[in-house]
Ligand binder design. Sequence first.
Ligand code: MD6
Ligand code: FE
Length: 217
Amino acid sequence: MTADLFEDFTTSEPAQQALAPGAVLLRGFAREAGAELMARLDPVLTAAPLRHLVTPGGHTLSVAMSNCGPLGWVSSRSGYRYQALDPLSGRPWPSMPESWRALAGCAAAQAGFDNFAPDACLVNQYLPGSKLSLHQDKDENDFSAPIVSVSLGLPAVFLFGTPQRNDRTQRYRLQHGDVVVWGGPARLAFHGVAPLADGDHALLGRRRINLTFRRAG
Ligand code: MD6
Ligand code: FE
């Protein structure tokens, strides 16, 4: 009761918002950890630099991507897949920082998915204008595990629908520290990110970083 009143008077939106059965937005869940999470970013990106992947259809993604953890998601003319080696270096992806893994596990548990053990973390960098078209995350072998998506830096508009491509999508503003978890009946929901608006974030400058944790293998 007290907590509800407190929330109502301090923010216009609840800290935890159901997007669909199996999908929840945890507002500010990673805000306190944000600086620690960001401190682990440079070493990951030094070992496995951000790159613009090409889709099987021949388009170049406006979002720059890298990975850490045992498996990494890659796209090329020959398809989408997870692989243990970075095609740029021929070496394993850098290891997943323990604080990242822990944060993802806590967020999953908060959303009702216990024992989430991600083996892949996709790092996405959005610059002003970068966008991600509506898609499903369906290249993983294990759909019983949720997707955990952590937003850092500039705010973005996240589009979230259902497992049917033609259903309406809802729009949610994701801010620094927000975490979205989707699994169960929402695991194959279509989702995307609208073109990033320009801005200047105190910690990250003119960009948005999204960390997406999966159980791929
Ligand atoms: C987001 N990202 O940036 C959501 N999926 O908030 C994704 O859904 C996503 O960034 C697959 C590959 C890269 C992504
Ligand atoms: Fe996705």
